[in-house]
Design a protein around this ligand. Sequence first.
Ligand code: ZN
Length: 499
Amino acid sequence: MKNLSMGLYCDKGEIFMDQIQKRRLIREKKQKRTRRILASVLILVIIIIGTIIVITACSTKSYETSDGFQEYAQKYFEENERTQEVGKLKTDVTYGIPLSNAIEYPVMKNQITNAKVADIVKTVKNEYSQQNAGKTKEDKVALLVDYDTYKTTREVVGMAVFKNQQKEDGRKMEDAGSSVDTYNFSTKTGTALVPNQIFEDNYRKFCSEYMTKYFDDKYGDKLVEEAAKETLSDKDTNFNKFVMTGSGVKFYFDKGKVVDPEEGVVAVDVSYDDLDGVIRDKIAERYLDPKKPMVALTYDDGPHGPTSNRILDCLEANGAVATFYELGQNIGLYPEVLKRQAKLGMEVGSHSWSHPNLNTLSPGKVKEQIDKTNGAIKKAIGRTATTFRPPYGNSNANVEKYSKAPIVLWSVDTLDWKSRNADSVEAVVKGVKNLDGKVVLMHSIYDSTAEATERLVPWLIQEGYQLVTVDELTQYKYKETPKDGKLYGYNYFYLDNKK
Ligand code: ZN
């Protein structure tokens, strides 16, 4: 029994041991499984976190800080391959909530061009903040601007400015509209040229036919017919977006204006060969738009070598012209000044021989004052005075009889002879509410007037004025060809009086 019981015991013991082992094994198994599960969970967590990090890094174009925005902008600029053949690249970055912007722009050699570029940047920023005036702190909007510049063989730098607006959607920045602006700067004057300075008058007709065929051939079913018909017609507002390049002219068409919006802004290159007879062989130095404001600067009492030349330097540098009313007695001293005026397209007028009050002279003396001066002008430049300005503005029937030219007074008196102060002259001109159609009186014999000219000419151009001669002003603004012997007096050069 004992044995049996021992055996039993032993059996029992064995069974007991087995059970212990089994339990241990089960426990170990459980622990292993738990560990395995934990490890799996851990790996999964790592994978998920890793994926999030990778996704965040790769696909999210958002930014949370100023540095982040800078990086974001940098990446955007790097992704766009631009042609920047002219100018030194500068970047203007402003980070803010809700509005941020990063603008790339070129700094070129010509200061007039740089002033215009600065103005373009300013305008782009203003438009952007106006468009997004209602945005709150929850919104996040970015404006990214970059550019192309092209060197040409025609004394022109072409510049296209690409504006891209983006808004935050979820954690991603999305395209919220893009457009392009174009400029063609004269390397001679630095000013932005208008299409008519570059092209002959037939260019829109040519473009209309050329582009209609081009888009039909190339895009066919992707054409947005109604819009295309409108955009490709030969009316004045079309084909104004273009830049001159080394090989031809690149025309731009805004998103959706001709073809499916998915295609974005479309550019079409037309070679100079194809544009033969349509593009001018030489850029027209001046093109006057009668619809845009014009002002005529006039300078009396010269020529005077140093100051006349200083004024001419300024006008030449700015691609502007003015009218000079010269005294016959001074012309012999500075004939080269008159030659230079003629060469630069200035209007050369007469201001009598010796500056007398013509109202006090006999008819014979009046005639002599006029004829002698015309002789001196003709000797210098081969033609007589185009207009006549009597000293002190004093004109009478004798002057009208003998002038042999239109008699021109003025509508803005700078009193430069009295103040002899550039600030004062500048203030008088800038103080006139609207200079369109006005004739400004100055004198070419004072340093202060030359200095005022150097400030006023770039300012007037910046303000959108076309600087013209008196003759041009009369023809373009007052639709009148100036008549010899007619007095264009103090009341004449006011557009308001003519309406
Ligand atoms: Zn005078």
